[in-house]
Write a protein that binds this ligand. Structure first.
Ligand code: EPU
Length: 337
């Protein structure tokens, strides 16, 4: 961390720096130092980058850079990274496949960890059990279960995410929830210790698993039910067809709002108010499904957030219902200076 503490006295072109400029330089230097130190502690195969563009790591295709970005190759490197972050008080965010995420345009101050290395993406079917790593794609889990003659995973087929993200969000579709299928969950806590609990002990609820906000899922054992492969294939096709006919194909982060507890589903509410096609910049309320906001090409996170606020206000004014975002919104606004 050499030199960082002395930066507030630094001068450019002989002019004293104002507080904001000094702050930016301090931060940049600190990130450089952290990057160098962390790089040295991890094996060569582990990806460690600074200023990693996040827009290309989310399905909505918006968002500024992360200060530090790590893809560990092993649990040991993950543990080292978490311990490092703790010692240096660096905030940590766990990234899955970015399919339910809205990252603000200023990016993420801190460290983003993604378990997308193949060592975290294994899928093994054994009897009625599917053992998978947090980085495994949901579609691949559904395919592996089908090949192993196990039903109960068809709903995962078209969800564009990883197991880790789906556990954290308790993702659901077509009447099924991720935690319906979880027998055992392995996760790592913030000091790098590996723990294993039952699916029930994780305490998941509609669109959330609080335990996995703080800790990181490593993998799970899922339970299926034996069935004929042809039947499973048919169910997957039906699920897929329903999705393709009722959800947009353009980049999005899936459903923007949670469905309100007792009321009409968010998509129908927004649709009934005639808001399909409403735009802010290149962010638009989908004309296929009103709870999806799509990126027509050049949308920024600010566009999407303004659209979200506009829709939320309109629904509140017209129906008195307070919609709650379902997408996870993280990161900093762009600093205008
Ligand atoms: N509807 C409309 N207009 C619209 C959209 C929907 O009238 O523009 C109506 C539909 O006709 C239907 C009702 O609203 O009667 C519910 O729509 P849908 O069946 O599409 O389900 P949803 O409640 O909108 C939920 C999940 C989706 C999941 C689908 C399919 C939430 C917030 N959303 O959507 O999950 O894919 O069911 O099972 O729970 C996600 O979480 O990101 C997501 C996409």
């Amino acid at each position: 961390m050499s030199g960082v503490e002395h930066m507030s006295t630094l001068k450019l072109s002989g002019e004293p720096l104002d507080e904001a400029q000094a702050g930016v330089i301090n931060l940049a230097m600190r990130i450089t130092d952290l990057h160098t130190d962390l790089r040295e502690m991890l094996v060569a195969g582990t990806v460690v980058r600074r200023d990693e563009t996040m827009a290309r790591r989310t399905t909505l295709r918006v968002g500024g850079p992360a200060d530090l970005y790590v893809e560990p190759t092993s649990e040991a490197d993950l543990a080292t990274t978490l311990q490092f972050a703790r010692v240096h008080s660096v905030p940590v965010f766990f990234l899955g496949r970015g399919s339910n995420l809205l990252i603000r345009d200023g990016g993420i101050r801190g460290l983003v960890i993604c378990l997308c290395h193949p060592s975290f993406s294994r899928i093994e079917v054994e009897g009625e059990w599917v053992r998978c790593g947090a980085g495994a794609y949901l579609r691949q889990i559904a395919n592996a279960a089908r090949d192993g003659g196990l039903t109960g995973f068809e709903f995962l087929e078209g969800i564009p995410g990883s197991l880790g993200g789906a556990l954290r969000m308790n993702a659901g579709a077509m009447g099924g929830w991720m935690f319906d299928r979880v027998e055992r969950l392995r996760y790592m806590d913030r000091v790098g210790e590996v723990l294993e609990i039952t699916g029930e002990e994780a305490g998941a609820r509609y669109r959330g698993c609080p335990l996995l906000v703080k800790h990181i899922a490593l993998g799970a054992v899922l339970k299926g039910t034996p069935a004929a492969r042809e039947v499973i294939s048919e169910r997957m096709t039906a699920s897929n067809q329903k999705r393709w006919s009722s959800q947009p194909k353009q980049p999005s982060a899936g459903c923007t709002f949670k469905n309100p507890a007792q009321d009409t589903p968010a998509g129908r509410l927004i649709d009934e108010l005639g808001l399909k096609g409403t735009r802010v910049g290149d962010a638009m309320v989908s004309d296929v499904h009103a709870n999806f906001f799509v990126n027509l090409g050049q949308a920024t996170a600010t566009d999407v957030l303004r659209l979200l606020e506009l829709v939320r206000q309109r629904v509140h004014e017209a129906r008195g219902i307070e919609l709650e975002p379902e997408v996870e919104i993280i990161g900093e606004d762009l600093n205008p200076s």
